[in-house]
Design a protein around this ligand. Structure first.
Ligand code: ATP
Length: 637
């Protein structure tokens, strides 16, 4: 197998990805079988109706040919006008039926495709949202797989549903071929029929080999396609609009896009020539020879018959012509099948990875929601994102239930990492996280995560209403308007209810009608309200990662004043670089060099004169200087 890089470079020396790929071929065959299997999600009656329509539509061209041939025959020699009119009527009906069935085929096919795609989207989004572990989701090859599937779903054409739709549409083509070969055999004899069938199948085979090869290849282009998508989105979405303008990045973006396009298109065309060029010439040549042979045989059989009936000649010629036309690309099937199957294989590959993630078979897992009663502890925990670069090294931390702990440490010390391990989003490489003495690995991760109310540093700003942004803390209770309002007031956002044009129903994005964006600090308070809403509805562990980072001095002081109220009755862990936000905690722990270096109350740590005392002194000095210079404008409330 060539590497993705080699393929993407169009490296002519690279071994084509379709060679020596027994395992891939088996997977492809399995994916093909599953695609057929997927048709049941479209509903059996619908699929049966579509198949019947395809068969009838496939029989119409030959019926038309027979009608015209027999009408001509009735007019030749001793004209029988009523018979000719009858056969012309048959041809006309076949023509009209074919025209009427075409839109019906398209409409039914689309319904089949949409139904299957809806099922596939639900299936892989569930995997991504629940089954895949965070380490899996962060992998570059997984990002490629998901991007591939998502890109195709954006088009609604080259999807697994499209592939199934394309496979079903082949029924019409093959019905047409079978009818033409049969008619050729009857009218012109078996040699002609066999030659015509050979033309059809050989040329078709040539096309389909090229398509399969292309299908194996396009996946290798995913990294560069993902780069293109990223650059395009960066230039067109509001996310980076401010920086792109102020930093004048448009030219740089243009250049990057141009380079990436070249990286994509140059090798793409080079491989396209290799994949389609030679097979096209070989099979087109073979097709031409076989076509000539078929027509020569036909001419021979006509000559041999001497006074050959007009009908047989006319119908035989049309039958052979239909067979010859079979050796072409089928727009309703081919591309859909190639790309749709590749998208489906991406979904299956992602599914396999998710299965590996949960392959610990859950033995001994307690699937009941466990509310911690006594103690949550990290014992001798070792962890690193890369095995050779540990972030935590034999860390011990005890979080007694119902108490508040503040975690401090320099940037990159591993504070957020510790939270991710605590929430079961990552597994420690050594040691364990325990809940009342039970290893987290023996608890159901989903159930455990339900007991958490977390505000991450990079919390999500949902493109949804104010109500939904808060109620997402506990979606089962999304109708609890009273609770939503109460938590908004608790975090100091009560005034928004009157200020926003639609109150709770205001979308918090200008991308939606009537929507309005919030400031960074307001968003942080919304995220805090979301976590408190989760606590209101049963979460018992509250984790706040830098909860005051975007708050103004007054907001930070308010947080400090209400800290005890916010954390009452729950086990809380607060991470903050602002010491005013953490000193109210029952216990402060300092993380350094992958371990807990110090622990105690604010006063104890100051008295011990260690790392915490040093960091506090630096911040207090800076704050005192800042307060002195900012006095005319008013100090922190
Ligand atoms: N997803 C990730 N993949 C690889 N490395 C990571 C990942 N997340 C964090 N790291 C690395 O792990 C180390 C600890 O990061 P972490 O985010 O836990 O630090 P932190 O103490 O929370 O820092 P800060 O105070 O800046 O928020 C850092 O060196 C960081 O670069």
């Amino acid at each position: 197998m060539p590497t993705a890089d080699q393929v993407a470079r169009g490296d002519e020396g690279a071994r084509p990805p379709w060679r020596g790929w027994g395992r891939r071929a088996r997977r492809r065959a399995e994916a093909g079988r599953q695609l057929v299997h997927l048709s049941r999600y479209a509903g059996r009656p619908l699929v049966a109706t579509l198949l019947s329509v395809h068969v009838v539509a496939g029989l119409m061209p030959m019926t038309f040919g027979i009608g015209v041939g027999l009408a001509l025959s009735s007019l030749a020699g001793d004209p029988d006008r009523s018979a000719a009119a009858g056969w012309l009527a048959v041809a006309l009906v076949a023509f009209v039926v074919q025209q009427l069935l075409a839109p019906l085929q398209r409409a039914l096919s689309q319904v089949v495709s949409r139904r299957i795609d809806s099922y596939c989207i639900a299936r892989y989004t569930e995997d991504a949202a629940i089954r895949a572990s965070l380490p899996t989701l962060e992998r570059a090859d997984v990002a490629d797989l998901l991007n591939h599937a998502e890109e195709e779903f954006d088009t609604w054409i080259l999807t697994p549903g499209g592939a199934t739709e394309g496979a079903l549409a082949l029924v019409a083509r093959y019905a047409q071929l079978v009818s033409a070969v049969t008619v050729a055999a009857v009218t012109a004899g078996w040699p002609v029929a066999v030659a015509a069938a050979t033309v059809a199948l050989v040329v078709r085979r040539g096309h389909s080999i090229a398509f399969h090869r292309w299908g194996a290849l396009i996946v290798s282009f995913e990294p560069v396609r993902r780069r293109l998508t990223y650059l395009r989105e960066l230039a067109t979405t509001t996310r980076a609009a401010k920086e792109i303008r102020t930093l004048g990045l448009l030219d740089w973006l243009d250049q990057r896009y141009e380079d990436a396009s070249r990286d994509y298109l140059d090798p793409l065309w080079s491989w396209r020539r290799r994949v389609y060029g030679v097979p096209f010439l070989v099979y087109a040549g073979l097709g031409l020879i076989a076509t000539l042979a078929a027509f020569l045989l036909l001419a021979g059989s006509v000559g041999a018959a001497g006074d050959a009936p007009v009908a047989e000649v006319a119908i035989g010629v049309q039958a052979v012509a239909i067979c010859v036309r079979f050796g072409q690309m089928f727009p309703e099937s081919d591309m859909k099948m190639v790309h749709g199957r590749a998208a489906w294989e991406a979904i299956l590959a992602f599914e396999r990875l998710c299965r590996e993630d949960t392959d610990d078979d859950g033995t001994g897992r307690n699937r009941v929601v466990t509310t911690p009663q006594r103690l949550i502890a990290l014992e001798q925990v070792t962890f690193g994102y890369q095995p050779d670069r540990p972030v935590l090294r034999g860390l011990d931390l005890r979080l007694p239930v119902g108490t508040s702990t503040a975690l401090v440490g320099v940037n990159g010390a591993g504070k957020t990492t510790l939270v991710k391990l605590l929430a079961g989003l990552y597994q420690p490489a050594g040691g364990s996280v325990t809940v009342d003495g039970v290893d987290l690995r023996r608890l159901d991760p989903e159930a455990w995560q339900r007991t958490f109310a977390v505000v991450f540093q990079d919390f999500v700003r949902y493109e949804a209403t104010l109500r939904e942004n808060v109620a997402m803390g506990s979606v089962e209770h999304r109708d609890d308007d009273e609770g939503v309002t109460a938590e908004l007031r608790r975090v100091g956002l009560g005034y928004l209810l009157d200020e926003l044009p639609l109150g709770l129903e205001t979308p918090l994005t200008r991308a939606l009608p009537g929507g309005q964006d919030l400031s960074g600090g307001q968003w942080q308070r919304v995220a805090l309200a979301r976590a408190l809403f989760a606590v209101r509805h049963g979460a018992s562990v509250l984790v706040l990662d830098e909860p005051t980072a975007q708050l103004d001095a007054r907001g930070e002081a308010e947080f400090y004043d209400t800290f005890l109220d916010l954390t009452r009755g729950v086990t809380s862990l607060v991470i903050s670089h602002r010491f005013s936000s953490v000193r109210q905690a029952d216990r402060i722990v300092v993380l350094a060099d992958g371990r807990i270096e110090e622990a105690g109350s604010h006063d104890e740590l100051i008295a011990s004169g260690g790392r915490y005392a040093g960091m506090f002194a630096v911040q207090a000095r800076r704050f005192a200087d800042g307060a002195a210079t900012s006095t005319p404008l008013g100090g922190p409330a």
